[in-house]
Design a binder for this molecule. Sequence first.
Ligand code: AMP
Length: 279
Amino acid sequence: MKICRTIEELTSAIEEVKQQGKTIGLVPTMGALHEGHKSLFKRARAENDVFVSSVFVNPIQFNNKEDFEKYPRDEQKDLSILEECGCDIAFVPTAEEVYKQEPKEFNFGKLEQVMEGKQRPGHFSGVANIVSRLFLWTRADKGYFGEKDYQQIAIIKDMIRQENINIEIIACPIYRDEDGLATSSRNQRLSPEARKIAPKIHQILEKSFLQRNSLSLSQIKRFVEDEFKKVKDFDLEYFLIVDDTTLQPIHTKKPEHGVIGCVAVWLDGVRLIDIQRYY
Ligand code: AMP
């Protein structure tokens, strides 16, 4: 595995690959790699000649300084996981390197006025800055993203349209621990007691899924909110039922559109997110 720390090292490694006519799959990450990341690596490895990944905790997508500082970092461990997963090129830059050129302001309109975008102002512009740069530097044919960050995928699809970047975005299903908790770098920050409570997020969502034929979407919303209230350690930030493409809240299902529920909840000082597809 080649480790690149500068844009120049990366772009010259990519040039070599491109000259050989090989396809490139990219998985951008913020490190603290876990099984969820590995599920993306597996696909990128299998579906491309060359598998590139990046490990970069992107400062400009954090609107909370403490969250940025507390974000788990372990470069050596991440690099050995990437190597194990068959990564060909690992890009591990500093913030100075990535932002030699000032970040620009992205605007995603309604797509970012709900859920994560609404709760975390500037977050998606920060994500779009790093992801667009990674797409340009790696010249990847395919970019792999997890559905755990569902809104992020919609934003990235819009970003490549705005920037005219030719890449296929591959949305990968959420990887869960055996007890149903979506794996996340933030899970490491949960106390052992909180870790036992956390799977209730998925359990509540699954329970609501089973009732989708007898309840209206508004009733499902209320049901989920009530279930979260019953667990005293949870502090629900939002639960929204949205159109799976426009991400706008809906109360009645339209036949041609999918419907998903998106949740953000605080537990033990850690903010966790998850989704549930209803239709
Ligand atoms: P992160 O390092 O948290 O920025 O995540 C890097 C990529 O891995 C993003 O596309 C995430 O959506 C994806 N990812 C993180 N956790 C999971 C998971 N449990 N299942 C599937 N994809 C995930």
